[in-house]
Write a protein that binds this ligand. Structure first.
Ligand SMILES: [Zn+2]
Ligand SMILES: [Zn+2]
Ligand SMILES: [Zn+2]
Ligand SMILES: [Zn+2]
Length: 334
């Protein structure tokens, strides 16, 4: 009987395949936003979710996804405020997640062995009902990650610009955080909560070595993720070690190979590229003199009665033989 005929291995491989797709998919956005460690934080918080499931006799996948989403929302709200104290708030949240989780798992009468299967993944513990939840969640993440790709990319690339173009930046940021939380739960059974972040970041970093566009990074990272997960699960079965560790070690090995190839490619391009040492000469216009109108109590407006003159990108008002243009809190002589 080969390992592919074992039912638990079939389930582990399906879960691994979906993890390999969804973790790098959302990871591409996280890396772009410089939030590579967000998945790590959510993974810590999700430990409490697992423990709540074990304690109450509910499926840990369900409680984990709820707690992870709550944690991710909290992280995103703290991050969006941008306060210095937010850093410490997040640290407290992460440590609370681990400590609370371990405590509750102990209270549930489970030992370190159970905890380990959630921290580093396990081949034998993906139950049929787990698999349904994992498939549903992974498909949701992939549909959102691909369907809302342009909008999510715009927000990750340049938040200010995205806001100006009318995108609902806060909502999209929250969506990325929630999707990261769902992905953590998807990956929980195969890579485990402590290493899930690696699968969100390493395939993306690997892809970035050899790709240029966002789209090609996205596709390449997903392919690398699937390869690492499937190969990792097979290796894990043969070597009898936790799948999370083998998956992440294989992904890191892929990164080393791709970084080497990337360096060689860039060196070769540098040899063939024409020398571009000299700055291109550009005729810059002389800066316009800036003369502030000294005493100016009147505030011009389109209805104030002073004649208007179009001037480049703004409007000047004719006032006592001068041209006055609004500039910040004062008026310029033009
Ligand atoms: Zn006026
Ligand atoms: Zn004036
Ligand atoms: Zn001025
Ligand atoms: Zn002007």
């Amino acid at each position: 009987m080969t390992m592919f005929q074992l039912e638990f291995m079939q389930r582990a491989l399906i879960a691994g395949l979906l993890t390999g797709l969804s973790a790098p998919a959302i990871g591409t956005y996280l890396v772009q936003r410089r939030l590579s460690l967000m998945g790590d934080g959510i993974g810590h918080i999700a430990i409490t979710g697992v423990a709540l499931g074990l304690l109450t006799g509910t499926a840990p996948v369900l409680t984990a996804v709820l707690v992870a989403i709550a944690g991710a929302t909290a992280i995103e709200l703290v991050r969006a405020r941008g306060k210095a104290s937010g850093d410490v708030a997040l640290a407290l949240l992460f440590y609370g997640g681990i400590a609370g989780g371990v405590l509750l798992i102990g209270l549930a009468g489970q030992g370190a062995a159970t905890l380990n299967t959630y921290l580093f993944g396990s081949l034998t513990t993906v139950s049929p009902s787990d698999l349904y939840v994992v498939v549903g969640l992974a498909v949701t993440v992939l549909v959102v990650a691909i369907g809302l790709g342009p909008q999510l990319f715009a927000v990750c690339q340049d938040e200010e610009f995205a806001r100006v173009t009318g995108l609902r930046v806060q909502l999209l940021n929250l969506l990325i955080a929630v999707m990261a939380a769902v992905t953590v739960t998807v990956a929980m059974r195969t890579v485990g909560l402590l290493l899930v972040s690696a699968l969100m970041v390493v395939p993306v970093a690997t892809a970035q070595q050899v790709t240029r566009s966002f789209r090609s990074t996205f596709v390449t990272a997903c392919a690398i993720g699937v390869a690492a997960c499937v190969a990792g699960i097979i290796t894990s079965y043969n070597a009898n070690v936790a799948p999370g560790a083998t998956i992440v070690v294989l992904a890191l090995a892929g990164f080393v190979v791709s970084a080497t190839i990337g360096t060689l490619l860039r060196r070769r391009q540098a040899v063939h590229a024409p020398l571009t040492d000299e700055e291109p000469e550009v005729d810059l216009p002389e800066p316009a003199p800036h003369v502030v109108s000294s005493v100016h109590a009147h505030a011009h407006n389109p209805a104030c009665g002073h004649p208007k003159v179009e001037h480049d990108d703004h409007v000047d008002y004719v006032h006592d033989g001068h041209l006055h243009a609004a500039h910040g809190d004062h008026w310029d002589e033009h």
